[in-house]
Design a protein around this ligand. Structure first.
Ligand SMILES: [Zn+2]
Length: 280
């Protein structure tokens, strides 16, 4: 949790952002959440009625603050998507909770922010095609399950084959990488995955999960990307989208480096790259 506060501070300290570049997001409302989640699950979360196994699957204890944080985090990706449609890009300095399914949470994820944002843009802005580009080192199983059989939201996940979740759910496109995959091999696969994603989905909006956990010194990843490799990853994704005029909402997703400042630096670089390359 500490990385989010540090990320904001680091971005302010780098001199490229002012206080007014940052906004406190609205909490996602019930009607926004239930476009992606079943009302019964939302109700159990809000009332604190999750059973012990559901709480265990999420991985942190229930509290009112946990509910509020989860709503705000989803609200931030939703706000970023709205903003991206007018400014070219925007980012949630948290979010990327891609293990949340329609009717259950998992792996530190309560609500699926990308799914809620995609559904909101379909409802509010009339978008017909959205692509979710998930570069977190863990597979986006919740997102895949929410949009299974739905051609209007394309799900692409590039991740470590042997990482959590161990029972993966098929995205529209999955690239499973072996342990120890390094920069060049990763970027080779990512470039092809991106091309296929954009070719097949022709999105009007992309939601980019820029996980910092493919990093070589991450505690929960099994890949071996360097910081320079992750910077090239961000450039590849953001330049490819910008070249095609596709607005992008970015969420940070995972990052569990042995030294927390490494994860913070990787996330901050993503935001700085977006500012430099995606502003409309
Ligand atoms: Zn992850």
């Amino acid at each position: 949790m500490g990385k989010y506060v540090r990320l904001r501070a680091r971005l302010l300290a780098c001199g490229e952002f002012g206080e007014d570049d940052f906004r406190v997001p609205e909490a996602a409302a019930d009607g926004e959440i239930t476009r992606a989640h079943c009302p019964g699950y939302l109700g159990r979360v809000v009332r604190g009625e999750l059973d012990a196994s559901e709480v265990r699957a999420i991985g942190f204890p229930w509290s009112d603050r946990m509910v509020e944080r989860s709503r705000r985090s989803a609200g931030a990706t939703l706000a970023a998507a709205r903003e991206a449609l007018t400014r070219g890009w925007s980012a949630n300095l948290a979010g990327g909770t891609h293990h949340a399914h329609r009717d259950r949470g998992e792996g530190f994820c309560v609500f699926n922010d990308a799914a809620i944002a995609a559904r909101a843009m379909q409802a509010e802005a009339g978008l017909q095609r959205v692509a979710i580009v998930d570069c977190d080192v863990h597979q986006g199983n919740g997102t895949a399950s929410i949009f299974a059989g739905d051609d209007s939201v394309f799900t692409f996940s590039i991740h470590g084959a042997r990482n959590f979740p161990f029972a993966k759910i098929a995205s529209d496109l999955d690239i499973d990488l072996p342990d120890g995959t390094g920069d060049d091999e990763y970027l080779w696969h990512l470039e092809r995955g991106l091309d296929e994603t954009l070719e097949r989905s022709r999105p009007q909006l992309a939601i980019y999960l820029a996980g910092a956990d493919p990093y070589e010194d991450d505690r929960l990843g099994r890949l071996k990307l360097t910081k320079a490799g992750l910077a090239r990853r961000d450039e590849l994704v953001l330049d490819t989208l910008a070249a095609r005029g596709i607005p992008v909402a970015i969420a940070m997703a995972g990052g569990y480096a042995r030294d927390i400042e490494d994860s913070v630096e990787i996330h901050a670089n993503t935001i700085r790259t977006a500012r430099a390359r995606c502003s409309a």
